[in-house]
Design a protein around this ligand. Sequence first.
Ligand SMILES: C[S@@+](CC[C@H](N)C(=O)[O-])C[C@H]1O[C@@H](n2cnc3c(N)ncnc32)[C@H](O)[C@@H]1O
Length: 317
Amino acid sequence: MSTYMDAALTVLKASADPSRLRILALLHYGELAVSDLTRILRQSQPRVSRHLKILVDAGLVERHKEGAWVFFRLAEGELAGILRRMLDVLVPSDDPMLCGDIARLKDVQAERVSRANAYFEEHAAEWDEVRSLYISEREVEDAIIRHLLAQPIDALLDIGTGTGRILEVLGPHVGKAVGIDTSQEMLKLARTRLEAAELRNVQVRMGDMYALNGAAVFDAVVIHQVLHYAEEPQAAIAEAARVLRPGGRLLVADFAPHDKEFLREEHAHRRLGFPDRQVIEWMETAGLAASVAEQLHGSELTVTLWLGEKNEEEDKR
Ligand SMILES: C[S@@+](CC[C@H](N)C(=O)[O-])C[C@H]1O[C@@H](n2cnc3c(N)ncnc32)[C@H](O)[C@@H]1O
């Protein structure tokens, strides 16, 4: 029997169950926690866990433990191609069961986003204090300056700009800079701060990191302390990479993996940091040559700076 036949049979056998097919269809949209799946499928946790185990054992799904939470996503291995092609046909689908699942998935995601948004609105004024709780922000900012300003920047984009601090730090050294954020409260504070700093080459506007405006025009994009709130960090990185000009650089600054579970509960963090391998893989998938630029160790948390550079010749998107 051919290898392809073997692989196809593995996919077909493991997915030959209505609940498992529903789980695969949902994971086609992005990774989910067990609690998300129990809500969407309206099935008990032991039942969902049993199905997930079968999918993981068959190599169709990967599990990723992060503190008290476990996330599941479609595998990237050799079975992935066959599985994704099958799911492309199934999803979007007019099947009432799958449509119901997907509608509930959107509800679960929307609820989480509105919880995070409420947090930002509530904490906008004190954000600068929150951001410096665990590590010296000055050190992180100096490292960002060191790595990004090693090359001249005409156009800079700051994604999830918050109170505009990164724009204030980098603004004086670049041609022009734009900061985007989904929170009106944050943008209000950023505007006030940037006006006070008299930075005329800098502007902020409402924008979503998953759907950035415009073409590949930026020499540098920064995502500082935003990714751990993201539902789909990989999609955010891909979108950031899309708006980089060939040769442009993406700098992501975020926590290394940690176990501060309360950040999830009290500060709406979705992720407790990111392993280097993960961020580098996301950057490479987005067409960037990626590496760890620097790690800054605080007493409680480590901040990592990952740098990705878009190929000079080909603009893949
Ligand atoms: C930790 S705060 C600000 C971080 C900021 N870069 C800094 O260095 O101070 C994260 C910001 O990400 C923003 N944010 C969350 N989801 C977003 C999205 N989908 N698109 C753009 N900004 C988003 C929040 O509104 C919030 O202002």
